[in-house]
Design a protein around this ligand. Structure first.
Ligand SMILES: C[S@@+](CC[C@H](N)C(=O)[O-])C[C@H]1O[C@@H](n2cnc3c(N)ncnc32)[C@H](O)[C@@H]1O
Length: 283
């Protein structure tokens, strides 16, 4: 517990006990030829999907009953011998089928609106033309699954969202800006805000949070900041070293400000805040 395992995900997860993790939040490599240190992000589609199945089967084994698994993914270009047959791959359906085959229940999906544009701009001769327009991607999805049932057992006092956070987090579209810091020279790090929202919405304090592709360590780092335990796995030694240092230096300031849930509910009643009249950004 509270560890970064430097290994291949499937091997690394074998070191984790059955039914010990409450929430997984992860972003697997997208198979989109991103340049990572020690991993070729360029498998055949079938190979890619069967590898993900092996990983999320292990994640299922280590997850407690009622536990959750949140997967961030974008629509990738399918790698086929005939690339003209598939322009973009609707990876979400493949992931849902793969997860339900393992036994996961589909729970929800969140549209992560990034505002800025990712990927290649495909405007080859298509400017102002309907012959073959292509959307520029400024969103990704987070697919949420759970094991056995919808409810996660735990002490309600250990939920730590404020009223304002709860209202924003339970909207299905989230505006969260990307993190362009390239920590550890990593090409695809999570924004800390994204990890914070998933962790606070889907887990109690002191729960165990897993990221089997933890890269620069954003998920374990934010888990520690918010009073959770963590397990991170990544195949790359440099990313793992960076993640461990980042976590060691995490200052859990939020812990000191923690107020039990019942106290926060009664405080907000006292303040008689009328949310309908508040000028709030619901994203
Ligand atoms: C999309 S990145 C995740 C980034 C992470 N969310 C962060 O905030 O830094 C995917 C990660 O998967 C790792 N990876 C690729 N193949 C792996 C494997 N077989 N086992 C474990 N990690 C792997 C890569 O090194 C990369 O850091």
């Amino acid at each position: 517990m509270n560890t970064i395992i430097c290994d291949d995900s499937v091997n690394g997860l074998k070191k984790v006990s059955d039914n010990s993790v409450h929430l997984t939040f992860t972003s697997p490599p997208y198979n989109a030829t991103v340049k990572y240190n020690s991993y070729s992000d360029d498998l055949s589609f079938d190979h890619y999907m069967s590898w993900l199945e092996d990983v999320f089967r292990e994640v299922y084994r280590v997850t407690v009953s009622g536990g959750r698994c949140a997967i961030n993914i974008d629509a990738i270009k399918k790698h086929t011998s005939n690339s003209s047959t598939e322009f973009r791959c609707c990876i979400y359906t493949h992931i849902c089928n793969m997860m339900t085959k393992i036994g996961w229940l589909f729970r929800d999906e969140i549209c992560w609106y990034k505002q800025n544009i990712g990927g290649k701009k495909a405007s080859w001769g298509s400017w102002l033309s309907c012959s073959n327009p292509c959307t520029l991607r400024n969103h990704e999805y987070i697919l949420i699954f759970c094991k056995d049932g919808w409810k996660l057992d735990g002490d309600k006092e250990q939920s730590d969202m404020t009223k304002e956070e709860f209202i924003v987090y339970t909207m299905s579209t989230w505006l969260v800006h990307t993190d362009n810091r390239h920590l550890a020279n990593h090409p695809a790090i999570f924004p800390e805000e994204l990890a914070k929202r998933i962790i606070k919405l889907y887990s109690y304090r002191d729960n165990v949070i897993l990221d089997p592709f933890c890269g620069s360590g954003t998920v374990p780092y934010v888990a520690k900041l918010n009073g959770r335990r963590y397990i991170g796995v990544d195949i790359d030694k440099d990313y793992c070293e960076f993640a461990s240092d980042r976590i060691d230096n995490a200052n859990d300031i939020f812990e000191k400000n923690y107020i039990p849930r019942s106290q926060r509910i009664s405080d907000s009643k006292l303040r008689k805040v009328d949310i309908d009249n508040e000028d709030m950004d619901l994203f």
